[in-house]
Design a protein around this ligand. Sequence first.
Ligand SMILES: NC(=O)C1=CN([C@@H]2O[C@H](COP(=O)(O)OP(=O)(O)OC[C@H]3O[C@@H](n4cnc5c(N)ncnc54)[C@H](OP(=O)(O)O)[C@@H]3O)[C@@H](O)[C@H]2O)[C@@H](O)CC1
Ligand SMILES: Nc1ncnc2c1ncn2[C@@H]1O[C@H](COP(=O)(O)OP(=O)(O)O)[C@@H](O)[C@H]1O
Length: 543
Amino acid sequence: MSLRRIAHQPSPHAPLHDVAATRAWEARAQDRLPPHALMQRAGEAVYRLGAAIAPHARRVWVVCGGGNNGGDGLLAAVRWQQRLQPIGGEVAVTWLGSEDRLPPDARHALGVARGSGLRWTDEPPPQTDLAIDALFGIGLRRPPHGEALRWIAHLQERSGPVLCVDLPSGLDADRGEWLAPTPLQANPQRHTLALLTLKPGLFTGQGREAAGHLWFDDLDTSLPDAEAPPPAAWLHGQTVLAEAPRRWQHGAHKGRHGNLLIVGGQLPDARQPGMTGAAVLAARAGLHAGAGRVYVGLLPGPDATGAAWPAFDPLQPELMLRSATQLRDLAREPDSVSVCGCGGGQALAAVLPDLLTHSPRLVLDADALNAIAREPRWQQALARRAEAGLHTVLTPHPLEAARLLGTDTMQVQRDRLRAAQTLADTWRCVVVLKGSGSITAAPGLPPRINASGNGLLATAGTGDVLAGLIGARLCLAPTRSPIDPAALQALVADAVYAHGRVADTWPANRLTLCAGDMPACLGQGGSSDHQQADLQQNDEHQH
Ligand SMILES: NC(=O)C1=CN([C@@H]2O[C@H](COP(=O)(O)OP(=O)(O)OC[C@H]3O[C@@H](n4cnc5c(N)ncnc54)[C@H](OP(=O)(O)O)[C@@H]3O)[C@@H](O)[C@H]2O)[C@@H](O)CC1
Ligand SMILES: Nc1ncnc2c1ncn2[C@@H]1O[C@H](COP(=O)(O)OP(=O)(O)O)[C@@H](O)[C@H]1O
């Protein structure tokens, strides 16, 4: 069998199958195998991984539900029993099923387990070296309650090694929503072994926190491409560490790398504090990520008295600070990319309509998204951009997405994939729904879930850095032909990935990450430089 660790580190893209596709996969695999063979393999895989993560375990507790997930657990328990009985260890099994409702594979597993001398218990043993969670897998479709909930809470509270079979019990496989009313608890010794397929819910929302260390075993059921059910989404784990291609572009000059305009960051005035820092963070990120020239177009506060803005950024004097209105013509140039909304507040009203109508490549973040959510005229202008061949990327966090969708954050977080896809289809643009497992959606294409990033990013300003980075990547893409939707989605997902990699490669002895420290890391690889180079070359061939 082919066990593989799914690290949130550089890893290839992987297809993600939802429950419906997983069931189709399972049915095709079952057709090719003798009865019960698939569950036998699953039990073996769970046993082997358990033995690898807790090699010295002598007391193992397996808690099994009444479906096939529980069947996997029962067969794993039998294998542990074979291992531990001769050396005086013990396997205790808690089984919550009812015999009259068992699916056939699980019924067979129960028969095998009953004949193998396991200890059956209604209470968890006082001390265990390994707990195996086989309560619910893809069959969990409603919030657990009663006895099952009690065991889920108990498994969450444990601090020792826990191995979850297929999914952590309590997690929705398709959406990454934690359905149990008891809270998730961090446990660095929690592992999850996904079986047959990787499910989208393991990678977004609460999935990553619930799953812990993630492993995958396809149980040797790989199907020819033509027979494999289509994935619901892709795990975007690309990084192609290449030598920076610019070193080999001897004819390069800054004009080849686009103009990045960061429009926002209103200045402080008598009535409200400013948000200049947000725009500066985005601009610094864009500069380090390789944009040719970076301008910051600042907006006045609501009580504008013509106060002067800072002449330059003393820590990054390469940035060109202007008033937003001074950049109006430059924003229309074909090799200009505008990032709008990292600060800006109400003052965005002065520049947003023009950008929506004329900017060839536009990244809309934070305040710009809130403004569009409030103003139907700007929504119409946004909708017209795709028809006009203009590229748009929206980068909402869940609350901004909720405002755009006319709902609340909880609804967005309940089904992040759907929320991102609805926004992408409605506005016909690329959407990054941020948060754990950021989703990059594009109209009519399967969404990509970002494999990188971690809780270090949960600090103010990291979203501004992302917006600037995406803007820079758009600057580096060829400008003379439209970017194909799939390529645009991949380009944006790559930027999201590179952003998360900064947090993943953050030195272990630095306990916090400040957004202001991120830009300097963006020029250090981790991007799909190959892809940028390929795009550039294609463009040059075409012209
Ligand atoms: N077939 C095979 O060979 C293979 C299958 N595989 C394994 O099977 C797993 C899928 O098995 P599954 O479809 O039986 O679903 P599963 O996750 O066990 O849950 C169903 C049970 O839970 C119950 N239940 C649900 N919600 C509940 C709630 N809130 N509160 C209380 N009860 C609730 C539900 O009861 P019901 O809804 O019918 O009342 C039913 O009894 C998959 O994840 C993988 O591990 C792999 O080994 C590959 C080979
Ligand atoms: N727990 C987390 N895991 C992974 N990424 C996270 C996490 N929390 C925040 N992030 C990332 O950090 C960034 C925060 O952006 P945002 O919420 O817009 O913050 P701000 O507006 O302060 O810049 C996003 O890219 C988001 O995906």
